[in-house]
Design a binder for this molecule. Structure first.
Ligand code: NDP
Length: 452
């Protein structure tokens, strides 16, 4: 009933409606367009999804909770922040997705992240729906006590909306183990329940081994799987990584272990170029700088005597492997062309939507190995799912066991992308493969429920 002659017209008609219904939300539009480009031809070829209007339903969140967080700074001043929880889809399991604390957080950013999360969680094969939340609270420069008061204030409202079978948040930018501890402590007091309501918890209170490392390690495992399709491997290659947070640090660690030389790291102020390589010893120093002292990467450059590039991104540094791990839209079409001209072989997106649509088109156009975020960085949420399982069973698996399961899940995601995304000439279009594989499972569940 909603079919028109061509894929292109159908895509543009769908996007025009989405943009009209969601004004002023460019990140959400971008994330949906990337998915729709691959899914619309698929939906048109399978009228059951088209007739049930699955894509239209899936791009409308189940609900968005918006609330005020009032907290007190160390000087006694009253501070007000805005917070959200976007519960996007629980078609295949309880809502699941991280919380982000960053001044750039808006409803649009959280809708893009929540939408991506639906398909990513589906790809893991675990029973998890899609959600995302966060606040425009800026943790930078705040004391630990201020962060604690903010987290406690946020949970005063959030606790009403989450639960181990309802919605299970985790970390994201600005929300690491420390913040999850504050959030969990407040949840426990308010609900009077010790339960797996958050993931990324400390090991003393229900956390899983390898959760901290999972996103970065998983992205590198995905890269390994992609290279293997061309009979290639990570060892001996130069890698450029952006970011220096949770995802970046553990991507660097795994790249090192597998024999790559990682020559960059960055934060929102600039990047360091270390031709020697951020080896195990230097990485230990960087981890201490970022995780304990909460310093800036420019201090790394000063300490190890290498170049620091203020307000620049690392994509002009020649490399064979690129692993963007900082934030959305940090790699544009020009950056992609520069990387390609310098001999780039493969990209694994550790961050969510780090490549602009122009960059994605450039990578796919030149047929390099391009692992999009929803496939390449799904290791984090996958191990969150394993944390939920361990909490439900009241047991803890060993590091080896969790890492084994993580590797198996990343292999399985790679296989799903290959099955759904292989072109006639043998090229694997991981973007299309991930979108269709993720979509199909959620769509089938929605069809089974009827009109809800
Ligand atoms: P962290 O807060 O630990 O680290 C974020 C890093 O990115 C920091 O180095 C930060 O620099 C940098 N960064 C943040 N915002 C910007 C910006 N606007 N411009 C340039 N650099 C920026 O977050 P994570 O490592 O957890 O998350 C990184 C990315 O990975 C995000 O896209 C997130 O959504 C995604 N992701 C995370 C998962 C997880 O398990 N943590 C799971 C899946 C995806 P600075 O210190 O200056 O702020």
């Amino acid at each position: 009933m909603h079919r028109v002659a061509g894929v292109h017209e159908r895509l543009e008609q769908f996007m025009a409606g989405l943009v009209r219904r969601n004004p002023g939300e460019p990140e959400f539009h971008q994330a949906v367009r990337e998915v729709a480009e691959g899914v619309i031809p698929f939906v048109m070829a399978h009228p059951k999804y088209e007739e049930a209007r699955i894509l239209e339903r899936l791009t409308e969140p189940d609900r968005i909770i918006t609330f005020r967080v009032t907290w007190q700074d160390d000087a006694g001043g009253i501070r007000i922040a805005r917070a959200w929880r976007v519960q996007f889809s629980n078609a295949i399991g309880p809502y699941k997705g991280g919380l982000r604390f960053h001044p750039t957080v808006t409803r649009s950013v959280l809708k893009f992240l929540g939408f991506e999360q639906i398909l990513k969680n589906s790809l893991t094969g675990l029973p998890m729906g899609g959600a995302k939340g966060g606040s425009n609270f800026n943790p930078r420069g705040r004391s630990a006590n201020e962060v604690m008061r903010f987290c406690h204030g946020m949970m005063r409202e959030l606790h009403r909306h989450i639960g181990e079978d309802t919605d299970v948040p985790a970390g994201d930018i600005g929300v690491g183990g420390r913040e999850i501890g504050f959030l969990f402590g407040q949840y426990m007091r308010l609900a009077n329940r010790f339960t797996g309501v958050l993931t990324g918890k400390g090991l003393a209170f229900g956390g899983s081994l390898v959760r901290t490392e999972a996103t970065g390690y998983g992205a590198v495992y995905f890269l390994q799987n992609m290279l293997a399709t061309r009979g290639d491997e990570i060892a001996g290659k130069t890698a450029v990584v952006s970011g220096s947070g949770n995802v970046a640090l553990y991507a660097i660690e795994k790249l090192n272990e597998l024999g790559a030389t990682v020559v960059t790291a960055s934060d929102s102020d600039g990047f360091v170029h270390d031709p020697h390589g951020i080896d195990a010893e230097r990485l230990a120093w960087l981890k201490e700088l970022k995780e304990v002292r909460r310093g800036r990467v420019r201090e790394y450059a000063k300490h190890f005597g290498c170049d620091y590039h203020e307000k620049q991104r690392p994509w002009r540094v020649p490399c064979r492997l690129a692993v963007p791990c900082a934030t959305e839209n940090e790699l544009d079409a020009d950056d992609a062309e520069t990387l390609l001209d310098n001999g780039l072989l493969a990209v694994a997106e550790g961050a969510n939507m780090p490549s602009t649509l122009g960059a994605v088109h450039a990578f796919r156009g030149r047929k390099i190995l391009f692992g999009p975020a929803k496939a390449a960085n799904a290791g984090g949420v996958a191990v969150s799912g394993l944390e939920q399982s361990q909490n439900a069973l009241r047991i803890s698996w060993s590091r080896e066991e969790v890492d084994r399961q993580l590797q198996a899940i990343m292999r399985d995601i790679h296989e799903k992308c290959r099955e759904e995304g292989t072109d006639a000439d043998g090229f694997i279009d991981y973007v299309r493969g991930a979108n269709i594989a993720g979509f199909r499972k959620v769509a089938d569940a929605m069809l089974a429920y009827g009109v809800v």
